[in-house]
Design a protein around this ligand. Structure first.
Ligand code: GTP
Ligand code: MG
Length: 355
């Protein structure tokens, strides 16, 4: 009977991997959608250059890191190469006025946000059945770098990494635990949880730690640092593909099952900080405790701790509240349970997961 159970488990895992690949492929943006978005980026860049001739408008976030789903938002970052430049708040106001005048976008400038941005949206049309939503920020070079880091991680083992990440993004959206504004976690946070798991939890690891690999040549302080943060990582993807062979042979289904299990019960939520740069850290050593004595909103800030790969004093999960974390863990447990029950048909498990 044990033998039979083992065989049926193996069959489930195989089928479930296949289902995941097929599911994720349908969720990728079409080439048409990507072309429209690229046209929008070029148009916006041209317009912004009438104010700042030396500016470039670059994509970051999911449209640039390989983790994009159909109809996902566009994250754009405006870089200005000339010496003297306006501050971000003034730029947001000016660019907002300009785009309001010159385009059909709904424009909402937020010059006083922590990171000043212009929010744009376009209503759905026949060519764009879901419209477009786009944020333009200014000089956010760290976001461009962390996008590049995620992109490199995705390229080391695209079949497993991209499938896991894309599935978790859809799953977290469907289960409504992907809203930093409502106390749950951003997509960026989920991606970091996946990478942390593949670098530091799985043994043997699925991914190398790109920030700790030895550089091929000496790197100066100036090259490796941006705004005081060390942004160096091993980014020669071709070489990486030749050199890095993980001895972990788990299928994507096995990895996902373990991911849910790990974050349901094994991760040290109360004391631990997930750091893709340095592994498991202690809240204490980062000064990120959630002490009872620490009243007010700051207590809510460090329920879940995920260190940003470059801005190491920044908790990417700072928006996750006590209730939010409770809900997220509840969802990890639910997913784990569904996958443990091994229904005969993997496709049913997948549907139930994303209900
Ligand atoms: P979807 O928009 O859901 O498709 O996901 P996404 O991959 O674009 O992620 P998200 O919108 O959460 O974040 C977009 C980018 O903004 C990320 O790739 C990061 O570069 C940056 N970002 C988002 N949140 C944070 C944060 O808390 N800290 C830092 N440093 N960067 C962030
Ligand atoms: Mg985004």
């Amino acid at each position: 009977q044990q033998q039979r159970r083992l065989v049926s488990r193996q069959r489930f895992v195989q089928d479930f991997s296949q289902c995941l690949f097929e599911f994720v492929v349908q969720l990728l943006p079409t080439t048409e959608e990507m072309a429209v978005k690229e046209d929008v980026r070029k148009l916006l860049e041209r317009l912004i250059r009438t104010i700042e001739p030396d500016s470039r408008l670059l994509s970051f976030g999911s449209s640039a890191n390989g983790f994009s789903l159909k109809n996902s938002d566009m994250d754009l970052c405006c870089l200005i190469d000339s010496g003297e430049r306006l501050n971000a708040a003034d730029l947001v106001t000016m660019v907002g006025d300009l785009l309001e005048r010159e385009t059909k976008f709904h424009v909402k400038p937020l010059p006083h946000a922590r990171i000043p941005i212009v929010k744009l949206s376009l209503d759905p049309s026949s060519a764009l059945p879901f419209g477009i939503a786009c944020d333009i920020g200014f000089e956010n070079r760290l976001a461009l770098e962390n996008t590049r880091l995620l992109m490199c991680y995705a390229s080391v083992d695209p079949a497993r990494v991209r499938t896991m990440v894309l599935f978790l993004k859809v799953w977290s959206k469907r289960r409504k635990i992907n809203s930093p504004y409502k106390g749950t976690l951003s997509s960026y946070g989920y991606v970091l949880l996946v990478i942390y798991f593949l670098v530091h939890v799985k043994n043997p690891p699925v991914l190398p730690n790109l920030q700790q690999m030895p550089p091929l040549r000496p790197i100066s302080e100036e090259e490796s640092h941006l705004n005081g943060y060390n942004i160096w990582f091993f980014d020669d993807i071709e070489l990486l593909r030749q050199r890095w062979k993980s001895s972990n042979t788990d299928t994507v289904a096995e990895l996902l099952i373990d991911f849910f299990k790990f974050y349901s019960r094994d991760f040290a939520y109360n004391t631990g900080v997930a750091s893709i740069r340095a592994g498991l850290l202690k809240k204490e050593e980062k000064g990120w405790q959630t002490e009872q004595s620490d009243f007010g909103t700051s207590r809510e800030r460090n329920r879940l701790c995920i260190e940003d790969p470059f801005e190491t004093n920044f908790n990417v999960a700072r928006c996750v509240t006590k209730d939010g974390l409770y809900t997220i863990r509840g969802e990890f447990m639910r997913a784990s349970r569904i996958l443990q029950m091994r229904p005969d048909r993997a496709i049913l498990a997948l549907a139930q997961l994303c209900e």
